[in-house]
Design a binder for this molecule. Sequence first.
Ligand code: ADP
Ligand code: MG
Length: 251
Amino acid sequence: LHQRALEQERLSSLGLMAASVAHEINNPMSYVTSNVDSLLQDMRDVPDLPGPLKEYVDDVLPATLDGIKQVNAIVSDLRRFSRGDFEGYVSYDFTAEVRTALRIARSQLGHVRVEEALAEVGRVTGRPRQLVQVLVNLLVNAGQATPSGGVVHLGTRREGNQVRVEVRDTGSGMSEETKRHLFEPFFTTKPPGLGTGLGLSVVHGIIKAHGGRIEVESELGKGTCFTLYLPNVPPLPAEKTSGANLLAAGR
Ligand code: ADP
Ligand code: MG
């Protein structure tokens, strides 16, 4: 238990540091971004640029902007991540937060059919904003991996004193190599601007801190299923009380 408390403390001071680094980088990055962007716009308007400068307009500056966008994406992922670290444990309505995550991820899921199977879970103790972050990451990944017309399925239910969450897609699936590195920070198979490789390492950290676990099944060309288990979920109030429920459960 002591070990656990130390680990928590280490994680939260890392979170604080990440938050302040991200904050400090954010300010200079915003003027670097807008300066390079307007330089590029202005140079595009100049007729008959000499060769070397034309290369800047065609290749060098667009590549620089891509790099800058990648840094910005990493910084905003870090900020989002570390913000969650300051949240305490509370008792919250699980399904309400699942719906929040679906709302946030919706813009990345326009091209697929989203199937929801949300059984009643009741109240859960944990960090709701982190739960939302976990689900948004899994849903966005599923959306990005799945071609138009595919399916992204989100299922939640109780299993004993755990909550089981399933995010399943009919997308690209993953190679063995990808499966091996999946949860490592900055591991991504996506082009700059689309992926930072931070999503699943954040998911992993949050689920671990909640005492839960993650299972991954994936088949190339068929799809992927992430299953989360969150422990220590108290029974629904109705389950404590009585007969009617026991009857229903025995059906
Ligand atoms: P990012 O999405 O920024 O690349 P993540 O940590 O969220 O970073 O994911 C890491 C990698 O895991 C992705 O680049 C992708 O290769 C793989 N991955 C994650 N989710 C899926 C999925 N649902 N289907 C296929 N590959 C996935
Ligand atoms: Mg991701």
